[in-house]
Design a binder for this molecule. Structure first.
Ligand code: ADP
Ligand code: MG
Length: 340
């Protein structure tokens, strides 16, 4: 076969293979866009675990009508303009890939209104084909509707699980977001029934969000951490060793506000607990690591689940020492009941 340029829709569907695994990944991308747009409240509605419908509505800044077609085009973003911007990126998004990818594998509708527009505009995309802009009633902000995920990609659709499982993934992700963003009101409804509401405008401890997200027992056993050194800050909560888990299900790490998995940091945390926790048990924690964005590369993974640190060894040491110090002060608590 001759070398040929792939049609844009096919290129988007290929990119979707990396970013859009299941309804939860669509919700993640849409809600992150809402947060990047400065939303104070985000509403998520799902039908059939998100497979039939995902609707995300925000009260953020909106998109001007003439930019709607760009928003669903490949490599189009308002968040960076140069390599320097990328190296210091502070928004959750920057790749300009999510909307075109999602729109290429669903029946997609984008409705948005900026504060100074007379009305909202709507743009539908189906099978990668853009419709025409239509006026629509909508308050300032954006609503994205994603129907029939993977309707045109049967191979992908086969990998979708039962409604409950897909919904569970969305709820897990939302919980981890709620921990990082107690300032934003988050609501989720499924098949017309409200499921959960995380109140906004607060901090993690004050409004009881730690209890809401990780449970009363975690909140009771949580040790507040806040330590800065060498331009690094580690804050959040770690559970006293008396509260341990059978699995790593309550290990939340955020780097500059982004939920990530990092083997080196998990290792540093485990090592800090090594002397105070029974073998085979897992610590529970919510940790926020902040550092200058130029010291961390977030452009490692299309879904941005992982980052790369410029000074990984120093970080490992910093996390280990901070937590070990905090835990050493609580040794008196050892020997209490082990819960799961
Ligand atoms: P990225 O987030 O990487 O920029 P996306 O494909 O997710 O790429 O979105 C493309 C662009 O569309 C964004 O850069 C932003 O300008 C705009 N956009 C998407 N969702 C929203 C939203 N909810 N509110 C305001 N603007 C949005
Ligand atoms: Mg985005």
């Amino acid at each position: 076969m001759r070398i040929r340029q792939l049609p844009e829709t096919l290129a988007n569907q290929i990119a979707a293979g990396e970013v859009v695994e299941r309804p939860a990944s669509v919700v993640k991308e849409l809600v992150e866009n809402a947060l990047d747009a400065g939303a104070g409240r985000v509403d998520i509605e799902l039908e059939e675990g998100g497979v039939r419908l995902i609707r995300v509505r925000d009260d953020g800044g909106g998109i001007p009508p003439d930019e709607l077609p760009l928003a669903v085009s490949r490599h189009a973003t308002s968040k960076i303009a140069s390599l320097d911007d990328l190296e210091a990126v502070a928004t959750l998004g920057f790749r300009g890939e999510a909307l075109p990818s999602i729109a290429s594998v669903s029946r997609f509708l984008l409705v948005s209104r900026t504060a100074d527009a007379a009305h909202a505009s709507a743009l539908a995309v189906e099978g990668g084909q853009l419709g025409t802009l239509e006026p629509k009633a909508h308050p300032t902000g954006t609503t994205v509707e994603v129907r029939d995920l993977f309707y045109n990609v049967p191979a992908r659709r086969k990998f979708l699980r039962a409604e409950r499982t897909e919904l569970g993934h969305v709820e897990d992700w939302l919980r981890s977001l709620a921990l990082a963003r107690p300032d934003v009101e988050l609501r989720i409804a499924h098949n017309g029934k409200p499921l959960r509401r995380y109140r906004g405008g607060g901090s993690l401890f004050e409004d009881g969000r730690l209890e809401e997200t990780l449970g009363a027992e975690f909140a009771r056993q949580a040790l507040r951490i806040d330590h800065s050194a060498a331009g690094l800050r580690l804050s959040g909560w770690i559970a006293r060793p008396a509260y341990s888990r059978a699995s790593a299900d309550q290990q939340h790490l955020y780097v500059n506000g982004r939920a990530v998995r990092d083997r080196s940091i998990s290792h540093a945390v485990k090592q800090a607990y090594a002397d105070v926790m029974y073998h085979g048990r897992q610590p529970a924690y919510v940790l926020f690591l902040e550092l200058d964005p130029t010291r961390v590369d977030v452009n490692v993974h299309p879904a941005k689940h992982e980052v790369r640190f410029r000074d990984g060894r120093l970080l490992h040491e910093f996390v280990y020492r901070t937590l070990q110090g905090a835990l050493a002060e609580t040794r008196a608590g050892l020997g209490a009941a082990v819960t799961s």
